[in-house]
Design a protein around this ligand. Structure first.
Ligand SMILES: Cc1ncc(COP(=O)(O)O)c(C=O)c1O
Length: 293
């Protein structure tokens, strides 16, 4: 859908592997910042006008990494902008089922946009990350092009997994209810661990999805990721969620693991953060720099 040099509108922050996919086809990401309340329609309008992107890539439902859900009214406004500018959109929705607070689901972005919209979904968040089956919905002409393009990278999904997923989908409602209960407990455990062990960080409970998007009390997310690994916790620094780096005050913490593991991780993260020695104006303790060299 893009040629080298084309622009692709993305959220800032956004899903790192999507940024890599944009880079892999030599397109350029045009980031539009999300603020604390969500999608900035005016900024998106300005980016569409200024950059004339060949494609927009959005995560409207429990956005990765912020966990925010695009409100229905914003969907309509953004859909109108995409239609007016004739910008095809990829709505990436793997987290759509993980609605932990049970709000009224807004209409799908693709429904608001109409054609040409591509929606991507997956079994990995609803059921299990090890089940590597995804799907997409797109206008028929586009599906034909995508099917023709696919064999170069992947000849198809294993049939066994597809049959297993068909079974899971039959029992979806009951399975999902248990999964959501489990995730609510895990979200609460991680929120509690962060608030207790890293009290100077700011964190809002997301309405759904799989992760907290923490605001640190000082820049230092990349160093924290390095030192946390030495304490046995693997985290992805804020900069990975940005097209152009930065976001050093941000850290995404997934709550995909059992509560006792998350609580232990909170303690270890606090130790790692102390070792980073970050101070609010952005300087680091000299000995930490030496340790990282
Ligand atoms: C927004 C988004 N898209 C796609 C994926 C990849 O999903 P899958 O594990 O089904 O490949 C993820 C995984 O975290 C994601 O957050």
């Amino acid at each position: 859908m893009t040629s080298p040099g084309d622009r692709v509108l993305v959220e800032h922050p956004t899903y790192p592997n999507a940024l890599d996919a944009v880079r892999a086809v030599h397109a350029r990401a045009v980031p539009v910042a999300l603020d604390r309340t969500g999608w900035d329609v005016e900024a998106l309008d300005a980016a569409l006008r200024r950059s004339v992107p060949a494609l927009a890539y959005l995560i409207p439902d429990f956005q990765n990494p912020t966990g925010m859900r695009m409100p229905a009214s914003t969907r309509c406004e953004i859909a109108a902008l995409l239609r007016r500018s004739r910008t095809p959109v990829v709505a990436d929705e793997p987290l759509v089922d993980l609605d932990l607070d049970g709000g009224v689901a807004p209409p799908a972005l693709a429904e608001a946009v109409g054609e040409p919209a591509i929606t991507i979904g997956s079994a990995s968040k609803t059921f299990w990350g090890g089940l590597r089956i995804g799907w997409l919905r797109a206008p028929a002409e586009m599906v034909a092009r995508l099917v023709a393009a696919r064999p170069a990278t992947d000849l198809g999904c294993p049939v066994f997994e597809q049959l297993l997923l068909a079974e899971l989908l039959d029992g979806r409602d009951a399975l999902l209810a248990g999964r959501l209960d489990e995730l609510r407990t895990r979200r609460a455990a991680l929120l509690d661990a962060v608030r207790r062990h890293c009290p100077n960080w700011s964190v809002q409970p997301p309405g759904g999805g799989l992760s907290l998007w923490c605001e640190l009390d000082a820049p230092g997310s990349s160093r924290l990721a390095v030192l946390a690994a030495q304490h046995g916790v693997r985290v992805v620094p804020g900069s990975r969620f940005s097209a152009h780096g930065g976001l050093e005050r941000r850290l995404r913490l997934p709550y995909a693991l059992p509560p006792d593991v998350l609580i232990g991780a909170g303690e270890r993260l606090a130790l790692a953060w102390a070792a980073v020695g970050a101070v609010p104006d952005g300087r680091m303790a000299a000995d930490t720099d030496a340790a990282l060299a």
